[in-house]
Each structure stands twice: as structure tokens, then as C-alpha cells.
Design a protein around this ligand. Structure first.
Ligand SMILES: [Zn+2]
Length: 44
């Protein structure tokens, strides 16, 4: 599960899709949710 880094909206779109944006705020930076690690990923 990914979440938007700006508004924390869950991203339901496939993260590997090029050019995805947050449905809510249009941000292209997302967090990948993991138990311990928060990895920031950027849409290409
Ligand atoms: Zn957002």
C-alpha cells in the first residue's frame, strides 16, 4: 500500500504506472507503507 506524501491519501493505482498522481492533491511523491521502513518513492 502506498500513501501520498502530502495528504496521506491511499493510492489505489498501480505504483509502477508511469505518471500517476494522487487523486486528491495531484502530488507525485508517495510513501510505501511497511512495518518498519518508510521508503519514499517518486513517480517517473
Ligand atoms: Zn495527495
Amino acid at each position: 500500500m502506498y500513501k501520498c506524501s502530502r495528504c496521506k491519501e491511499p493510492i489505489r493505482t498501480d505504483i509502477n504506472t508511469v505518471g500517476i498522481q494522487c487523486e486528491k492533491c495531484g502530488s507525485k511523491i508517495f510513501f510505501k507503507e511497511r512495518p518498519n521502513v518508510k521508503k519514499v518513492i517518486r513517480a517517473r
